[in-house]
Write a protein that binds this ligand. Structure first.
Ligand SMILES: Cc1ncc(COP(=O)(O)O)c(C=O)c1O
Length: 307
């Protein structure tokens, strides 16, 4: 095996490990034609997965909710993720796992149960949902006009690629010169953004939406950090007006961590820079990574060969 071909990233598809540029799915796969798939993303920081079990648990729950059953079991999925990272030779990585509906065994069938579900995974170099320089100055956030799809129609706790509302929110934001967007639901309560959960700080209290959003692993980490630091924090209903009155705002995701916001719509927060509590949480999040918090070391290739 020529390991240099994995320099841009490594993928696992249909039971084989291939360079990322060679990983593709058929155009007739329902994962593509109907966005009928679930996924998860875990990061690798300095050769260690962060909260790997939490991501595998959520991925399993997403698959169950969408009745997706790939041939690979949990241990195999876990081993595939390790191998993708090791093949790509990445110390810091964005690692995705996806299960797709696949194609029907019976030609022309419209029955989802007739499809052969399949699992793919890949490891590529680290990605920040909000670029690092924007995180430094604080992101400028647009409150989108388009409402988040109702929870009862597309369950946001099942991690999915049905992003049309989130993508529309991004277009709205970029057209008006903002960095990114956050969406409210049709009732006017805050939900989440394209690829992140959202937090606000008011009078020293940290709040994150209790609806319309993924149960993010970073969100969970932030709530744990707050508990450990004696900061009052909770998931709650957040009307748009309350959010617009926030003292501080930050976004949270696997691909970026705690990402401060300095403007919400036309409103400038504090001194137009990341707020003090946001920075404290961001610092704690990465410091604890350095200390080995929820860390699973990536298995080296030579060790895997011996297993
Ligand atoms: C829509 C959405 N919300 C929230 C998140 C944050 O979740 P996590 O912290 O588990 O990465 C993501 C991550 O990709 C996402 O896509």
């Amino acid at each position: 095996m020529d390991i240099s071909s994995f320099a841009n990233g490594a993928a696992y598809i249909r039971g084989r490990f291939v360079p990322i540029q060679d990983a593709s799915i058929p155009v007739t796969d329902w994962g593509f034609t109907r966005s009928d798939c679930v996924y998860d993303v875990v990061h690798v920081f300095k050769n260690g997965f962060f909260r790997l079990d939490d991501h595998l648990d959520r991925f399993a729950a997403s698959m169950k909710a969408r009745r997706l059953e790939p041939p690979e079991g949990r241990n195999e999925i876990e081993a595939v993720l390790h191998r993708c990272v090791a093949l790509a030779g990445l110390a810091d990585a964005y690692v995705a796992m996806v299960t797709l509906r696949g194609r029907p065994r019976v030609a022309g069938s419209r029955r989802p149960a007739d499809c052969d579900n399949h699992f793919i995974a890949y490891a590529i170099p680290w990605i920040d949902v909000i670029p690092k320089d924007v995180q430094e100055r604080g992101a400028h956030l647009h409150i989108a006009g388009i409402p988040r799809v109702p929870d009862a129609s597309v369950d946001p706790t099942v991690k999915n690629y049905q992003w049309s509302d989130l993508t529309s929110g991004l277009f709205e934001a970029h057209d008006q010169g903002y960095d990114t967007a956050v969406l409210c639901d049709a009732q006017g309560f805050l939900t989440e953004g394209p690829g992140f959960n959202i937090f606000m700080v008011k009078d020293g209290r940290v709040l994150t939406p209790d609806r319309g959003s993924l149960h993010g692993i970073t969100r969970k980490s932030v709530l744990e950090l707050c508990a450990g630091m004696g900061i009052e924090a909770q998931a709650a209903a957040i009307p748009r007006s309350l959010f617009e009155d926030a003292d501080e705002v930050f976004a949270a995701t696997t691909a970026g961590g705690v990402m401060p916001v300095s403007r919400v719509g036309k409103r400038i927060l504090g001194n137009d820079r990341p707020g003090p509590l946001s920075l404290k949480l961001k610092e704690a999040y990465w410091r604890k990574h350095e200390e080995g918090w929820h860390r699973t070391p990536v298995r080296p290739l030579d060790k895997m060969a011996a297993e």
